[in-house]
Design a binder for this molecule. Structure first.
Ligand SMILES: [Zn+2]
Length: 384
């Protein structure tokens, strides 16, 4: 994402490099002449950058292009497997780790349950072990690994490296700097919904510059993208819409308040409602199967759930007027059961918005959006 920076020789050099690299990442193969035209950077500067990138192995020669006379221009090609990054997504139940290449394509992922571990130090130590195993399994040189991005379910101050409050993990004020004695790679932290929003922005191809990503997991988090920037707020806590009160004096939340949106719109809330009615513990897949089979109780609970989901989404739309609201998390798989109903509930009554004013979409990345967004952070620190 764009940052304001003083224009210095160093920053121009960096800017040119990123511009060339981003173009090559998108187009894959180009000649120096094509790069110069498309980036508006002079041929000598393009050549210097290309030589540097080639030395680093990030691009390689890929033959010659046709020419109308004279020397045939050399084609250079982007090499996605020249560098790697790790994304780690920690939620209430498990930690998931993905090794990705520069295209953020997952090479391998692993996960383990954290339910019986509890202490964050032990969780992070186990993550580091899994990362070391992946590195040796894929025989990757350490110099090719850009770093590790952690996606965490709570308010995160990524500048101070502090997980400030994660009510559902029952953790607060965890300083991730303390882990630098056993994490040898550069590492970064981000809120899980923000990480999901980053993944949607860069990887989904939706080309939306203003949207809200609603991450539905055991809780509800939102990541807000405004004009291509992740909106963080003064204290890095923006987007905690999961804790806006939608039922005064409602259910007790882990955050200490009552009636928060996530108590009615999270995956956990949905399955708990079913348990309260039937005494049966179901997985989300089992529950949604009942909905598709038109089971009366399941349909009833699903309708209630969609009402609460829609109330929150409508509030987001009223407050932010985004181009789109993108629903993420496991539940996004059932797009055909969500989108039309939510639209109907939001737009059919007397409303400020018409159905064409804002898109309601489901993420195609499912539960991996936050994981991929986390993996993108080290890549962007170097290339973004
Ligand atoms: Zn709350």
């Amino acid at each position: 994402m764009k940052k304001d920076e003083a224009i210095t020789h160093g920053s121009i050099k960096n800017y040119n490099r990123k511009k060339i690299l981003n173009l090559l990442m998108a187009k894959r193969e180009l000649t120096k002449q094509e790069i110069a035209i498309k980036t508006n950077i002079s041929i000598p500067t393009v050549t210097t950058n290309i030589n540097e990138l080639m030395k680093e192995g990030i691009i390689e020669e890929a033959g010659v292009a046709d020419s109308r006379g004279g020397r045939k221009p050399v084609i250079v090609r982007f090499v996605p497997d020249s560098k790697f990054s790790f994304g780690v997504d920690i939620n209430v139940e498990r930690a998931k780790i993905a090794l990705v290449n520069l295209d953020c394509k997952i090479i391998e992922d692993v996960e383990f349950s954290i339910v019986s571990i509890g202490r964050i130090e032990e969780i992070v130590q186990k993550i580091v072990k899994e990362i070391e195993l992946l590195i040796s399994k894929h025989s990757i040189e350490e110099s090719k690994i850009l770093g590790i991005g952690f996606s965490l379910p709570g308010t995160v101050n990524e500048k101070k490296m502090i997980l400030e409050l994660a009510p559902n993990l029952k953790m607060k004020n965890i300083n991730f700097k303390q882990f630098s004695n056993f994490i040898k790679l550069p590492f970064y932290i981000e809120n899980e919904a923000n990480a999901g929003a980053i993944a949607e922005y860069y990887l989904s191809g939706k080309k939306l510059s203003n949207f809200v990503f609603v991450s539905i997991t055991q809780g509800v988090g939102t990541g807000v993208i405004i004009n291509g920037h992740l909106y963080k707020g003064k204290n890095q806590r923006a987007g905690e819409f999961g804790h806006m009160v939608i039922v005064p004096d409602g259910k007790q939340c882990n955050c200490g308040r009552k009636g928060c949106w996530e108590l009615y719109a999270s995956e956990r809330a949905l399955l708990e409602s079913y348990f309260e009615r039937t005494g049966k513990v179901l997985t989300i897949d089992d529950f949604m199967k009942l909905v598709t089979e038109k089971d009366t109780v399941a349909i009833d609970i699903w309708e209630d759930y969609l009402n609460y989901l829609s109330i929150g989404i409508e509030n987001l739309i009223l407050g932010l007027d985004p181009m789109a609201v993108i629903i993420g998390g496991n539940i996004a798989k059932w797009e055909e059961l969500i989108v039309d109903s939510v639209k109907q509930k939001i737009f059919s009554k007397e409303s400020f918005e018409g159905v064409d004013d804002v898109k309601i979409l489901c993420s195609k990345m499912g539960e991996d959006a936050s994981l991929l967004g986390a993996a993108l952070i080290p890549i962007h620190k170097v290339f973004g």
